[in-house]
Design a binder for this molecule. Structure first.
Ligand SMILES: Nc1ncnc2c1ncn2[C@@H]1O[C@H](COP(=O)(O)OP(=O)(O)OP(=O)(O)O)[C@@H](O)[C@H]1O
Length: 292
């Protein structure tokens, strides 16, 4: 298990991290979300030992991280770093070799990832001739080539087209199912909600919510009552406190609290009730409330 414990970090007067902590179990996908400048990259750099914390600790399976344990991590830094003149396949193999793979193993692993990430047509091209999205795929292959025991990825999905997003999601799911803890940051909250077992929301250097996505949806944010009525005349919900929107010949009422029976009676009197039920907040809604 990867444990990040009470990290604190200042840059001069600026407090970047003010007690950041979370844990990621083997085989768990953890989405790290927060507004720009919230502290995600700083946390990931500390996990990777690129930056020292002022205090706090990062442990793997109960032990503080060392140079050797970090060598087995796969890291995709925010500042992407590839050799621009080197060819794609050569580059991925080279990083595999740097992480200790033998020549044949590095070649096989590079070939497989290049294929899975959809860049096999570019394997013999210099990185500098690739589009930004394709360079990002190479960067991901480089982070994954040595079958890391932990994955720490800073915005791995940004700039990818939907096909590449799916390909990367599949690769990450595979790695997770083989017992690897995966941490990635992202601003794509729908994707995080779909993919991750757990999320951590950071705001101003502090964790404001974290835990399994399902639990957060049960305990955080507002559970709204959603009522969909067909054929109702405008103004049917005027006496109620919620928001009404129109969708074709349907009126959709979202209401936080009230007398459910009274609301139902108003809806039935107004038209044909197509839907009446509570809906849990999405991750995006929880996020907006948590960082507000
Ligand atoms: N080397 C540095 N020197 C000074 N301040 C820094 C440095 N690195 C980060 N910061 C500050 O620390 C805070 C956290 O930054 P960080 O890059 O960790 O945020 P982030 O959540 O990754 O943001 P984004 O989503 O924009 O990538 C910000 O206020 C940032 O300006």
């Amino acid at each position: 298990m990867l444990e990040v414990q009470d990290l604190r970090k200042r840059f001069g007067d600026k407090v970047a991290l003010d007690g950041v902590g979370f844990a990621v179990r083997p085989g768990e996908m953890f989405g790290f979300v927060g507004a720009n400048g919230a502290g995600k990259t700083t946390t990931m750099r500390i996990v990777m030992g690129v930056l020292d914390a002022d205090s706090g600790e990062v442990r793997l399976d109960g032990k503080p991280l060392t140079y050797d344990s970090r060598r087995r991590f796969g890291y995709m830094p925010e500042e992407r770093g590839l050799y621009q003149k080197m060819k794609v396949a050569e580059q991925v193999e080279y990083f595999g070799r740097l992480h200790g793979l033998g020549r044949a193993a590095a070649r096989d692993a590079a070939g497989e990832l290049i294929e899975r990430l959809g860049i096999s047509g570019r394997r013999d091209d210099a990185v500098e001739t690739l589009s930004l999205g394709n360079q990002q795929r190479v960067q991901l292959a480089v982070a994954l080539v040595h079958s890391p025991s932990v994955l720490v990825l800073d915005e791995p999905f940004s700039g990818l087209d939907p096909i590449a997003v799916d390909a990367l999601a599949d690769v990450l799911k595979d790695r997770c199912s083989s017992g690897v803890p995966v941490v990635f940051s992202s601003h794509q909250l729908e994707l995080v909600e779909q993919l991750c077992d757990s999320v951590g929301i950071i705001s101003g250097g502090r964790m404001v919510a974290s835990g399994p996505v399902d639990e957060l949806r049960d305990t955080e944010g507002r559970t709204l009552l959603k009522v969909v009525v067909r054929g109702a005349s405008p103004g049917w919900a005027d006496g109620l406190t919620g928001e009404v929107t129109t969708d074709g010949d349907r009126q959709v009422l979202l209401i936080e609290s009230g007398d459910d029976q009274e609301i139902l009676r108003s809806a039935v009197n107004a038209g044909e009730v197509e839907h009446f039920g509570r809906q849990r907040p999405t991750l995006a809604e929880i996020f907006r409330e948590a960082v507000a």
